[in-house]
Design a protein. Sequence first.
Length: 299
Amino acid sequence: MITSGRSRATWAAGWGMVLSGAGAVGCSLAQVSPYPPLTAPLALAGLSVLCATAWVIASHRSTSGRHRNPQAKPYRETRRPNRVLRYVLGFGVAFATTAAFLTLFTESSAYGREGERLERVGYGAYKVGVVRLAGEPRYHEEGEDNDAYYTTDLTLRIPYASGPHEVTVRDVDTRLTPPVPGRTKVEVHFAPLDPEVPVTVADTHDDRWAFLVLFAVFGGPWVVIVGGVLTACMDAEGLHRLRRFEPHVHLPALGILLAGVVLLLPVALEFEVAGHDRLPAAFAFLAPPLAFTWLAKRS
């Protein structure tokens, strides 16, 4: 993204920073580490910080070396602007901001481990038969957002691996007609391998995934649109000049990005700062656009 072009060290460190940073964003969005500690994103983010430090050191040594050597020729940029760079920066800012925002909603480690345990015991939605009514059916009339339906307390036969059990479940919805014992089947959530897991009408453990799906459907296109707009607004020559290290330009931008990573650590490692673990992460998603704004004003 921002290499001086004078040495292989600056080129390797610069692109190492970009690729490891992109890997951290990708791992975060793909939920490679679904709950703390967020090992994969943190490792790649740490590698990106190391590459950024190496780029600064290599660039500074290259520049100071030319200044100390009176026989050295003045630096002349001979390379053409990299067309890929604008896409990397534009879409990188958009997706990095999104990844930092979604990290705020990372589930706790206890919640995540419980989800994995439920998955191991086969927790999911199953249709089971009605043994008998445990209460009178209550009729709900058709509304603007729903069809007519009945709600009834039911005793259900749950086919556990250890043998069928009768379980009473409250407020089970059935459509059109009241449930008939021995004939009606209803959908409930339970774990066939663990009778201790409560039988419920709705899946109370998967609400976070519903949020992520909604965000992907309605927010995903806007992330791509913002990335496209940022890419289109970039000046090729100004962006090309950013590849040469300038301390007053690049160090503040890198500092802003590092601050964003630090603000995500309480959530990523699940520890509290002044009694809060989520509050610092609420400001972390501002780091990519702020760093981009700083670079844009100095380019």
